[in-house]
Design a protein around this ligand. Structure first.
Ligand SMILES: [Ca+2]
Length: 207
């Protein structure tokens, strides 16, 4: 009888011990989660850019690699001296051939664009003013982009080297090629992607 009571008592004490340990573990976990949350809130800083709020990119060992941008590995674009083209639209003026001209593609203003007559087979010619060794071009097309175009470069405006042949798409498109001597860069706009003409916001050329 005494033995049985002692066993029962021992069992109750064992149960109480287990309950206390379980409660202690739950409390510790709660405190750990709370401290992690507070520390994250205290150390997080935000940079405000325009209307967007962006969290800072994590740095240091184990941080994910930085996202690549279209301008990665490129310096400042070259300044083209002159831009000529096969045609210009009637955009803004209502008069055929009197719309914004090809100089709009090298004015450094993202919101100004050149647009052509509503026809395939148009072209844009840029003169850098001197021969440079160029390796990349970024084209920023409006919706009226080419379905097929070629990019050609030349040192004398007579003999041409093709550095790209393919399609365009609305928005910025980067074209890389082996460094090539060029004073002139020509876009051969073979086929339109829309019923309008071709329309380009900007072209940037890089050494
Ligand atoms: Ca522009």
């Amino acid at each position: 009888m005494l033995k049985e009571n002692l066993w029962k008592k021992g069992g109750r004490i064992g149960m109480r011990k287990k309950t206390v340990i379980t409660k202690f573990i739950i409390l510790s976990l709660n405190l750990l989660v709370l401290s992690m949350f507070l520390s994250a809130c205290e150390t997080q800083e935000y940079a405000v850019m325009g209307d967007s709020i962006l969290a800072p990119e994590p740095t240091g060992p184990g941080a994910p690699p930085k996202k690549k941008t279209i301008f990665d590995g490129l310096g400042e674009p070259l300044k083209a001296a002159k831009a000529t083209a096969s045609s210009r639209s009637s955009l803004a003026t209502g008069e055929a051939g009197k719309g914004p001209g090809p100089e709009m593609t090298i004015d450094g203003i993202g919101g100004s664009r050149w647009s052509t007559a509503y026809a395939d087979g148009e072209w844009l010619l840029l003169d850098l003013g001197a021969t440079k060794k160029i390796k990349a071009i970024i084209l920023d097309w409006e919706v009226a982009c080419p379905r097929k175009l070629k990019v050609l470069v030349s040192v004398d405006n007579a003999n041409w080297t093709e550095v790209y042949s393919g399609g365009g798409r609305p928005g910025k498109k980067r074209i890389d090629f082996p460094p090539t001597d060029a004073r002139y860069v020509k876009l051969d706009l073979i086929k339109r992607a829309t019923g309008w003409g071709f329309s380009l916001w900007e072209i940037k050329i890089y050494e």
